[in-house]
Design a protein around this ligand. Structure first.
Ligand code: SF4
Length: 122
């Protein structure tokens, strides 16, 4: 997975590999039906990331040669506020990465108001 991420967003400098943006698709489900959505064409459609798998990904990214992640993005193809452990996911992300981002359709944000307030870019 890291190789794919680096291929898409990363670059190499002389001494270390640099990822500009790391993307983790935490919820490939949604409560909307936008006609242009790519979600239904993705292999992970209909899934929520397991919190233990999420922790493993964060640990691997933090302890790998990819040490210079500028942005940690918590969405790709779905609605992240539908993940029941979003509070914990945001907390872990903020503890480990300097700039955490997330995209939402805003239909469920009241439930996670406090956690979303510490995300760097919505
Ligand atoms: S994931 Fe985004 S684009 Fe897709 S249906 Fe939901 S709100 Fe629309």
């Amino acid at each position: 997975m890291l190789k794919i991420i680096q291929k898409i967003f990363g670059s190499k400098n002389k001494n270390r590999k640099v990822i500009q943006i790391a993307v983790v698709d935490i919820a490939s489900i949604c409560n909307a039906k936008c006609p242009f959505c790519s979600r239904n064409h993705m292999p992970q459609k209909g899934k929520l990331i397991d919190i233990e798998d999420f922790k493993k990904i964060v640990y691997k990214l933090k302890n790998s040669e990819y040490t210079d992640i500028k942005e940690f993005r918590l969405y790709a193809t779905g609605e992240p506020t539908l993940h029941p452990k979003l509070d914990e996911i945001i907390k872990i992300s903020k503890e480990n990465f300097p700039y955490v981002t997330l995209s939402t359709n805003c239909t469920n944000i009241a439930k996670y108001k406090e956690s979303l307030s510490i995300v760097d870019h919505l």
